[in-house]
Design a protein around this ligand. Structure first.
Ligand SMILES: [Zn+2]
Length: 458
């Protein structure tokens, strides 16, 4: 059963958000069409653009309504449903919702104003966010400049690359003070490993930028910053900055109005952002066929690990981490487990720990939660597991896979608020500064835990 504490923190967070942000959370149009959106920035043309809405029904509970909307192709978002089902919709989708007799309430624009003077190049878009090519150039640059601290690997291929249609390799960096035997693709190295992965959901723009800054923070502060030096002397810090490079290419294909592509680019006959497979529902642990049909945002694919991105990432993680957990879901991982894993998503300001496929407590629950609590002391996000009080589960997600399959503690951070200019999928680029200040210490807390994540064994 759900822990009762899962709901109150969300409510308390909403209360604590502050008057300005809370005002944005409140419905500003009771039943109005998108063209009536009064919060649309003047002159931005936002009325004709997609935005965030809360959808309610006179006779259906939000969870039931969310399920029905998801089944019929609406982009239902993962967030609190206290005031209705959060949906990302363009004017056509809003019209379809209204035709069903549903109440549709506008809460804010998808896009923030982007300075027209910001020069678009092949490495950045939308005010400074890095494209896949920008990340690749950065990965090459830091590994070339710091051969004593960084090794760059290819760990898999994107779907388009496997089809011979362009695409990308999936890259991973290992960052540490490299001694003999460090940063090899084996699970026998002497240092514990902490892995950060980002932008598996391509439209979650801020997450890739946090990896970019994490990489720079490590390589630029070794030998001068005490915390960073100690960490790099003791731990292998792996980073997969772009887990879904084809998806990020789609997102960045419009440099001022990013495309809201969540899934990979697997061509399955669906139009627009319906194309693709949700890589965070495609893992081989509790893969669930019922997560959605092929055009849905949570479509899990034709089978467990059907996607090359998933296989590359799973194979990589299974290569560098020891398996310390019996296969049974509720058999505990060994107290001698080392390592930790963090997959970064946006948004909702949550620190999420296993399991995400069930509300039953994981066998290492006390130790798993202790690390999430340490992260939360840094970023002040709510700590949740299971359905997080939100009435949706995430079977087939990477964090569950690495814990359930290998015994390595796996976490998700949902970066950023749900409203305001730093809210949603496409925050103003300068918001990355505040996200970084808030989450760097959370990353450090998780990284430090990699040495001995299960001290109590419970
Ligand atoms: Zn996500």
């Amino acid at each position: 059963m759900s822990e009762s504490r899962a709901v109150p923190p969300l409510l308390s967070r909403m209360v604590a958000i502050g008057a300005a942000a809370a005002a944005l959370l409140m419905p500003s149009s009771l039943t109005g069409p998108a063209s009536a959106a009064p919060d649309a920035p003047a002159g931005s043309g936002a009325a004709a653009e997609p935005g965030y809405y809360l959808v309610t029904s006179a006779d259906r509970q939000p969870a039931v309504l969310a399920h029905a909307l998801e089944r019929t192709g609406f982009d239902v978002l993962e967030g609190p449903m206290d005031h209705g089902v959060p949906v990302l919709a363009d004017p056509a989708a809003v019209a379809r919702l209204q035709q069903r007799g549903l109440s549709v309430q506008y809460t804010g624009p998808l896009y923030q104003p982007v300075s027209r003077s910001t020069r678009a190049d092949t490495n950045t878009y939308y005010g400074g966010y890095h494209t896949t090519a920008g990340h690749e150039a950065h990965n090459t640059q830091v590994s070339t400049a710091h051969p004593d601290l960084v090794k760059l690997y290819t760990i898999g291929q994107s779907w388009l690359k496997t089809q011979g249609r362009g695409g990308h390799d999936i890259q991973a960096l290992c960052i540490t003070k490299i001694q003999q035997g460090d940063c090899e693709l084996t699970n026998t190295g002497r240092k514990p490993k902490f892995t950060v992965m980002s932008q598996m959901h391509a439209r979650e723009l801020a997450t890739g930028e946090l990896s970019y800054r994490w990489i720079d923070h490590l390589v630029n502060n070794y030998g001068t910053n005490t915390d960073v030096t100690a960490l790099m002397n003791s731990t292998e810090l792996w980073v997969i900055p772009i887990a879904n490079p084809d998806g990020v290419d789609i997102v960045a294909s419009n440099s001022t109005r990013p495309v809201a592509q969540r899934k990979n680019a697997h061509d399955n006959g669906c139009t627009g952002t319906g194309r693709g497979v949700d890589l965070n529902r495609n893992s081989s642990y509790h893969w669930d066929v019922n997560q959605g049909t092929k055009c849905d945002e949570t479509y899990p694919g034709t089978g467990a690990a059907s996607e090359p991105e998933t296989r590359g990432i799973q194979n990589f993680l299974a290569t560098i981490y020891r398996d310390t957990k019996p296969a049974a879901d509720f058999s505990a991982a060994s107290k001698s487990t080392t390592g930790a894993f963090l997959t970064v998503h946006s948004y909702s300001q949550l620190d999420i720990y296993p399991y995400g496929w069930t509300n039953q407590l994981a066998p290492n629950n006390n130790d798993l939660k202790a690390i999430a609590d340490a992260m939360a002391r840094a970023n002040h996000y709510d700590v949740v597991h299971g359905d997080g009080g939100l009435n949706y589960f995430a079977p087939g997600a990477t964090d569950d896979w690495i814990y359930g399959q290998l015994g390595v503690p796996g976490y998700t951070i949902e970066v950023g608020p749900s409203s305001g200019s730093c809210g949603g999928f496409f925050p103003v680029y300068s918001c990355v500064n505040s996200f970084w200040q808030l989450n760097l210490p959370a990353y450090l807390a998780a990284a430090k835990a990699a040495a001995a994540p299960y001290p109590t064994g419970r």
